[in-house]
Design a protein around this ligand. Structure first.
Ligand code: NAD
Length: 542
């Protein structure tokens, strides 16, 4: 036990490197990219101190170059998942009893390893395996991940400092115990930072974790594991398995020691998991905590007082960066008739200035590939349908090619039906749909924005007129968990814009905030009386 109340280093957002031509960071990341591209990485799964390889493997290929293999990963069977759970539970006592500052030091060290020696590795792996441009990789895999680790350490120490009052003769104290059991972390493909943060945030609070990453993110997940190991995370605190998500999940959720789910991914999957947990509720030793950040159908609504160039830039950046594969990506846009033509012309000009979708290794590319063939085929179906529908028109893009990579051109659809399918459904690709409203229908359109989709993740209002901004802020109070005024609806920064949505977009436990960390503890109140009473009679008894 520590003899001191320690202050943690002040968390500051990691500065984003530019990767401009002739910079050392650009040379380093391209060198690492080539190395990963030409070597073949064999990725085991990890249980305790063991690296496990099985006969059953899957090849990993870059989405932008899918005929080329960069590695393979080994699939776990049910017995391995059970072993991973028993092993993590064996690690629990030592980890839960380690003083918090020792746990903090491990994750602060991990942050510094990412900021320094692992920066090129984690960025290159994310560029290759998830087809991110260097800028998208840098703001995710390096900066956001570093921020999650450093800010969470600060939030953890703030939580521990929250203590109750004590009356005369007594001392009340709260200890923030980790949950009794293990946390199951299921992570998505689209953010390396989220993949690392979901297991790490629970582990930081003293929990042990079974982590199942997305099949499409295992290449960069391997770098995360290497970093945690080098930072000194004890064996078994985070065990990682890959394979059939249904089998792994059924095994995890049927364990009596399952104590919490930390999920990010699609809404349908999360609802199914919630149902499974409900069905198993009599099995568990404790009520599991369920945290899930899920889908979005994120909007931009522009007012007639908005500057057209600002609206166009918010659309171009908000809808197309990382091929629209951000949960926060703008995918439905409402434009006033008076400025719609001008805004649309500017968006088309932006799109015309992009290179054709290509490899992130060519740093002049703004758009690369979508994550896999299933996603490509789904997006093509919507594009082809829009070409046929009389209430929709494709005014930019609409072409695609999967011969080398899963490339889809940034596509803009204009619809006359505000409830058209692509205004309501999360597509998760570089497709944005625009609905043009009459200027006089501003208030009516706000109601439409609020009632159009099941989601409530992010949204933006763009206007110069303050009355309009105020009206939108009130009318859209429940339409987005992250609401932006005069900005695109993407790009939340840890410590500045805690992230999460409501309605079908998730439990809104705000990743990158103390609120999220509080889900991974079970406080114990300790009341100590210094001089205990020796007579049961109260004075009123006379
Ligand atoms: P996904 O739901 O397909 O997969 C997410 C994870 O769930 C993966 O690890 C996957 O293997 C696993 N999974 C899939 N089916 C499963 C099943 N039946 N049982 C158990 N696990 C299962 O999502 P994705 O394609 O990886 O990511 C995109 C989705 O994630 C989008 O809907 C996006 O909006 C959402 N997302 C949300 C946020 C947020 O903060 N709200 C952030 C990132 C991504």
């Amino acid at each position: 036990m520590a003899n001191g109340f320690f202050n943690v280093p002040k968390a500051l957002n990691e500065a984003i490197k530019t990767y401009a031509p002739n910079t050392t960071e650009r040379a380093a990341v391209l060198k690492q990219y080539k190395e990963y591209y030409t070597n073949f990485t064999d990725i085991p799964f990890y249980i305790g101190s063991e690296e496990i390889r099985t006969e059953n493997t899957r090849t990993i290929s870059p989405p932008h170059d899918h005929k080329h293999a960069i590695g393979k990963y080994h699939l776990a069977e049910k017995k391995h998942v059970s072993e991973a759970i028993s092993n993590t539970l064996e690690a629990r006592d030592s980890w839960a009893n380690l003083p918090w500052e020792q746990r903090a030091a491990i994750f602060l060290k991990a942050a510094d390893l990412i900021a320094g020696p692992y920066r090129a590795k984690i960025n290159a792996a994310t560029m290759l395996a998830q087809s991110k441009t260097i800028h998208q990789a840098e703001i995710d895999a390096a900066c956001e991940f570093i921020d999650f680790l450093r800010f969470n350490v600060e939030f953890m120490s703030e939580i521990y400092q929250q203590q109750p009052e004590s009356g005369d003769g007594i001392w009340n104290r709260v200890e923030y115990r980790p949950l009794e059991g293990f946390i199951y972390a299921i992570t998505p493909f689209n953010f390396t930072a989220i993949a690392g943060n979901l297991p790490a945030s629970a582990a930081m609070m003293g929990n042990v974790v079974l982590w199942k990453p997305s099949d499409s993110q295992i290449f960069s997940a391997k770098v995360i594991i290497d970093i945690f190991k080098e930072a000194g995370l004890p064996d078994g605190v985070i065990n990682i398995v890959y394979g059939d998500p249904i089998m792994i999940t059924e095994t995890a959720l049927s364990s009596p020691d399952f104590a919490g789910l930390h999920f990010t991914g699609s809404t349908f999957v999360f609802k199914e998991l919630w149902k499974q947990i409900g069905n198993n509720i009599h099995t568990y030793k404790t009520y599991p905590k369920i945290v899930g950040e899920t889908g979005g159908k994120d909007f931009i609504i522009a007012h007639s007082s908005a500057f057209p160039k600002q609206v166009a830039t918010a659309i171009t950046r908000g809808a197309f960066e990382f091929q629209g594969q951000k949960c926060s990506a703008a995918s439905r846009v409402y434009l006033p008739k008076s400025s719609a033509n001008e805004i649309i012309a500017l968006v088309k000009k932006d799109i015309a200035s992009f290179n054709k979708p290509g490899s992130p290794e060519d740093m002049s590319n703004f758009i690369t590939a979508v994550i896999h063939e299933q996603s490509f085929d789904k997006l093509v179906t919507y594009i082809e349908q829009a070409k046929k529908d009389t209430n929709a028109e494709i005014i930019a893009g609409g072409n695609y090619d999967k011969s080398i990579g899963y490339f889809i051109e940034p596509t803009v659809i204009i619809t006359t039906d505000p409830k058209y399918t692509t205004m309501e459904t999360e597509l998760f690709g570089p497709i944005v749909t625009i609905y043009i409203y009459e200027d006089k229908d501003w208030s009516k359109t706000l109601k439409l924005v609020d009632s159009t989709s099941e989601y409530a993740l992010t949204g933006a209002v763009i206007a110069k007129e303050r009355y309009a901004i105020n009206e939108a802020t009130i009318a859209l109070q429940n339409s987005a968990g992250n609401f932006y005024i005069n900005d695109k609806p993407t790009g939340a920064v840890v410590g500045q814009q805690p992230f999460g949505g409501a309605r079908a977009s998730g439990t809104n436990d705000k990743a990158g905030s103390a609120q999220n960390l509080l889900r991974w503890v079970s406080p114990r109140l300790i009341k100590e009386v210094f001089v205990s009473p020796e007579d049961y009679r109260y004075p009123f008894l006379g």
